[in-house]
Each structure stands twice: as structure tokens, then as C-alpha cells.
Design a binder for this molecule. Sequence first.
Ligand code: FES
Ligand code: FES
Length: 206
Amino acid sequence: MSVPPSPKIDRRAVVTAAAVAAAGMPSMSGAQAAGSKGSVAVSLTVNGEHRRLDFDSRVTLLDALREHLHLTGTKKGCDHGHCGACTVLVNGIRINACLSLAAMHEGDEITTVEGLGRSDALHPMQAAFIEHDAFQCGYCTPGQICSAVAVLAEVAAGVPSHATGDLTAPMMLDNGELRERMSGNICRCGAYSNIADAVADVAGRP
Ligand code: FES
Ligand code: FES
């Protein structure tokens, strides 16, 4: 009896399908489908600038920013969602860009550390990091700053954290809250005290 040939499995198609399923994305045969096989056309706004790009559907947002748009302020630390070095703001909410596919961000507004301020007009959080000497090697700093900006927005919006005790009381960014909310951003140099001081300063806390 002859054995039928096993079906040829395309690893790239399998990986892409798995990523799409995990992300709950629409099928690539939808409006985003691009001409070349496996690529996706994405329109997004990065630091206030509208961009339309063709990405391989497996490209992470982090690699899209760094390798395609050459915005290298956002850093790749672990590439696995452990360190926070790749933190950026998507529609004002912080995410780890290494865990997100670029193709998921059709129409989104992305802000990286380059978009928070300019060298002649720093964002208050950037200025506070300098003022409080809140870095040593600086590798984690862009992610720390983006995270810290988002933390203040979360507190202002009343979004609780694991450290929030009384959910009915006005939200305060005390030291426990601050450190819990910043705990996804690792600093190999251990500049945590000064980082906390910088964030507290911008939050208006003594
Ligand atoms: S590089 Fe994304 S969390 Fe470490
Ligand atoms: S300043 Fe070096 S890793 Fe944070």
C-alpha cells in the first residue's frame, strides 16, 4: 500500500497564523493585506508623524521602530517582556513594544522617548531624570521615562495597581504605589532610588 506524501508545512505561515490568532487580529486577507507575501501595510502615527509602511507580518513594534523607522531611543533589552527597556506609549497607554506585532497597530498613535520632548524643550519627566541623576548607563532610561509618564496618567485616571489599598479613596502616588507601578522596568545599574525621586518630583510629591 502506498503511503500518501506528508503535507508540506510552511514554518513561516504557521508562525504568522499563531501570532495572528494570539493577538486576535483580523485575517491578513482583510484591508491590511499587502502585495508581497507575508507583508502587511500599516498606517500609524509615530511621534506625531503619519507613517505608512510595509512590514513582514512577524515584525514586532520594537523592531519596526528601531530597524524600519530608525528610532533607536527605544531599547531592546530582553526581547521577551521581562525588562521594560522597550516601553513605548500606544494611544497614551504603555506597552512593551517587544511583545506587540507592528501589524496590530493600524491607526494607532505611538509615542517613543524621542517624541516626548525635544533636546531644547525636554518633557518634565526627562528633565527630572537629569535633575535627579536617575540613570547610570542609561540603557533602561527611555523605557523608564515612558513608563513614568504613563504612570502619572494612570494615577490621574484613577487606575488601581496591585499596591492600591482602598479603591474608594483618592489615588495617591505614594512610594509603594510608585515602585509597584514602575516594577516592570528593570535597571541593571540599580538607579531605583533616583528614578523614584524623579518620578515623585514630577508628580509633585516631596
Ligand atoms: S525588551 Fe521588551 S521587555 Fe525587555
Ligand atoms: S541606568 Fe543602566 S540599566 Fe538603568
